[in-house]
Design a protein around this ligand. Structure first.
Ligand SMILES: [Zn+2]
Ligand SMILES: [Zn+2]
Length: 302
């Protein structure tokens, strides 16, 4: 049951208040039973919580949801992967537009004009960090109503930074953060693509998911900033890479603390260097931005 349904049929299943109430009831039931670890909600428990005329009607609706959004066990009903995703989306009301947010000052530098004048806001339902001097966007990222409802100011900015960090850690391992399909990454030269203005980055990466078409493009040093060797190196120098918004690292691209270059073409080999006062970390990467070797170097005369 359910396996041959088309996308349109699957969404039609949800266009019914009783069925949505069933999904909410199963989620609440699981939540209330956290201590006992019971992940299933029995037919009679669902019947108690959902406003439905009689048991045969409930049976019918449960039958429709089972296979696509619910799994039926001897002891009751639990979510499928699709049901799990859908019910969280519904409960958090993430189908609504996010609330208005405007003009939060944030650290970092504009990659186009170099001014440290970045401001964060929700613009046109997206989280946008824009330069107050030249008005170029430094970042545009999805933001949900749930994110905006529970935080404001720098807390909201931190939440976006962590959301991004989670996505990027997965992308680095070839896992799509949205559908968990396979992601492929390629290195490109910024000379080969039309960029707005002159940005201080020689190479970038583009990562793409063939399943759901999610993509991500980053300057090469930012792509490998979350490598364990980089996380440790920066932590030792007082910088928590993972908890920092990527736009804050634009400073490092400007003052050459973070650099990228191609050191070989047969096969393509790239070098990203992270520099600090007394030490440097070098990461050698292949054409898919996979780190093949790392080395630490002392910076003489410093
Ligand atoms: Zn600017
Ligand atoms: Zn995907």
């Amino acid at each position: 049951m359910g396996s041959d349904r088309t996308a349109a049929e699957v969404f039609r299943l949800l266009s019914d208040d009783i069925r949505l109430d069933i999904l909410r009831a199963v989620a609440r039931g699981q939540h209330d039973n956290l201590e006992t670890g019971v992940a299933n909600l029995s037919f009679s428990d669902i019947y108690e919580q959902v406003d439905v005329d009689n048991t045969s009607k409930l049976s019918y609706h449960l039958g429709e949801l089972t296979g696509t959004f619910l799994r039926k066990h001897e002891s009751g009903y639990a979510f499928t992967h699709a049901g799990e995703q859908m019910v969280r989306f519904i409960l958090a009301e993430n189908y609504r537009p996010p609330g208005a947010v405007g003009g939060i000052e944030t650290a970092g530098r504009c990659l186009h004009c170099g001014e440290p004048a970045l401001r964060a806001a929700v613009e046109d339902q997206y989280f946008v960090i824009r330069c107050a001097e030249c008005s170029h966007p430094a970042l545009s990222y999805r933001v949900t109503p749930a994110q905006v409802r529970s935080r404001q100011g720098s807390e909201l900015i931190d939440a976006i930074a962590w959301d991004q960090a989670g996505d990027f850690l997965k992308v680095r391992q070839g896992v799509c953060p949205d559908c968990t399909g396979r992601m492929e990454t390629d290195v490109f030269s910024t000379d080969d693509v039309a960029m707005h203005g002159s940005i201080p980055v020689a190479f970038g990466t583009v990562s793409e998911c063939e399943e759901c078409l999610r993509f991500l493009s980053l300057p090469l040093p930012l792509t490998v900033a979350y490598h364990p060797a980089s996380v440790a190196f920066h932590w030792e120098h007082g910088i928590n890479v993972i908890g920092t918004g990527l736009w804050e690292f634009h400073d490092y691209l400007y003052d050459d603390r973070w650099t990228s270059e191609r050191v070989d073409t047969d096969p393509d080999t790239y070098l990203v260097e992270f520099n600090h006062d007394t030490a440097s970390l070098r990461l050698y990467l292949d054409g898919e931005a996979t780190v093949t070797r790392t080395e630490r170097v002392r910076r003489p005369g410093r």
